[in-house]
Design a binder for this molecule. Structure first.
Ligand code: FES
Ligand SMILES: [Fe+2]
Length: 408
């Protein structure tokens, strides 16, 4: 059964405030001014050839993982286009809840208004550009910490302080710039590109655009809203965001060498990889014989879904965790882990503590690997690598998708 989806374009235009053209232009400028992108970035993109079959292909060159212009190109062509996961509905469970974040240069705030509708805006005051909200929490309105301009949860400018004498000023033209927002299951998505004047939105399209033919597969494999939210863990890693993704997409290749504890609970010879439009799914059966203890956590089948470009959903036994890889710079990213558990186990503190400890151990092992790879990529000794064709198909698929995205 397809999952219920909610989508909103929070806009002052909808509320009949101000000049629609003015608002849409402002928002477009915020994410589409790519003139500064250097002219040699297309050359960098073409250093990888997606047409070469995996058996003969070389991996993208080091410049893809280290070059500042390439990183800027990725922000503009990859992250400022299409649907991007930014958080969990848990963060905006009730009306007046909000959370803030940053993707590339875009500062955003996501909130739930009094009617229960999820809305998102550029988190920038229209007076002198101060960030408006910080962190997360609950508020009845957004008061700018600089000079007190105040905005409602619909983005409208409710109060502009000390503006007597200001001419040609209409508060209706100075609401927050809206961002298109949707939810799928427990995930909150933003689309920084599409600010359309038409308010008609096809809800099913979001699911299709984001997951393609995979939305049903994920729903039927227990990726849904029925799980209980447990907690969040964040790790800042000194590596390019793609190094973390590549590590995730090697088909379990590194598991026996780098995660010996995890390897004992998985039947690595039963690893399978399936690729879809923008999603790849790696699955692995739990190994009952090898370790009863690990089997309890990993269950019969572990599913690792990678959703291009930077979101991973791991469903194993009673657990689901998601990994959001936020690019922070050519050599830095932050990975946000959200943990969910089957409702019947949500009070089993022993299980939760043990599982989180096991998971943390794996994350730390991966962080060491990823930071080691980034250092290696920066070394003059390395330029391109090769793929192990039987296990690294999902990684190759990821690089091909990225190429297509960057070349357009
Ligand atoms: S910058 Fe927000 S009120 Fe001045
Ligand atoms: Fe790993």
């Amino acid at each position: 059964m397809a999952m219920r989806m909610q989508l909103t374009l929070t806009s002052n235009i909808r509320q009949g405030q101000g000049d629609p053209k003015k608002h849409s232009t402002l928002t477009r400028c915020a994410v589409h001014n790519s003139e500064f992108l250097s002219s040699h970035t297309p050359t960098l993109v073409r250093q990888f050839n997606p047409k070469i079959p995996i058996e003969e292909a070389v991996t993208p060159p080091t410049s893809w993982y280290t070059h500042p212009s390439f990183f800027h190109l990725e922000l503009h062509r990859v992250f400022y286009r299409g649907w991007q996961v930014v958080g969990s509905t848990e963060q905006i469970k009730d009306p007046r809840d909000y959370f803030t974040g940053r993707l590339g240069d875009v500062e955003y705030v996501v909130c739930r208004d009094d009617s229960g509708m999820v809305r998102a805006f550029h988190n920038v005051c229209r007076h002198h550009a101060s960030l408006l909200a910080y962190g997360s929490g609950k508020k009845s309105c957004f008061v700018c910490p600089y000079h007190g301009w105040t905005y409602g949860f619909n983005g409208a400018l409710l109060k502009a302080t000390r503006i007597s004498g200001m001419q040609n000023f209409n508060v209706n033209d100075f609401g927050l710039s809206p961002i298109k927002v949707a939810t799928w299951g427990p995930f909150v998505l933003l689309n920084l590109e599409k600010v359309t004047l038409s308010q008609e939105v096809d809800y099913h399209n979001v699911s299709k655009e984001w997951l393609g033919s995979c939305s049903e597969i994920l729903s039927t494999n227990g990726v849904d809203s029925s799980l209980s939210y447990v907690c969040r863990r964040e790790y800042t890693i000194e590596c390019n965001w793609k190094v973390f993704c590549d590590n995730y997409l090697d088909g379990g290749y590194h598991v026996p060498y780098a995660h010996k504890g995890l390897a004992s609970g998985l039947k690595l010879d039963a690893y399978s990889i399936a690729m879809f439009e923008r999603v790849s799914i790696q699955s692995c059966e739990g190994s009952l014989e090898k370790s009863k203890e690990n089997y309890d956590r990993l269950g019969r089948k572990a599913i690792y879904a990678f959703i291009y470009p930077n979101f991973m959903i791991n469903r194993y036994g009673p657990w689901m965790d998601t990994n959001l890889v936020v690019p922070l710079g050519p050599n830095k990213c932050r990975v946000i882990f959200d943990y969910y558990l089957e409702h019947s186990l949500k009070d089993d503190t022993d299980l939760i503590e043990k599982s989180l400890q096991d998971s943390e151990k794996v994350q730390i092992e991966d962080i060491v690997l990823c930071e080691g790879v980034q250092k290696g990529l920066q070394s003059p000794a390395y330029s391109v690598g090769r793929y192990a064709p039987t296990v690294e198909q999902a990684m190759h698929h990821f690089h091909c998708l990225l190429y297509e995205n960057l070349i357009q």
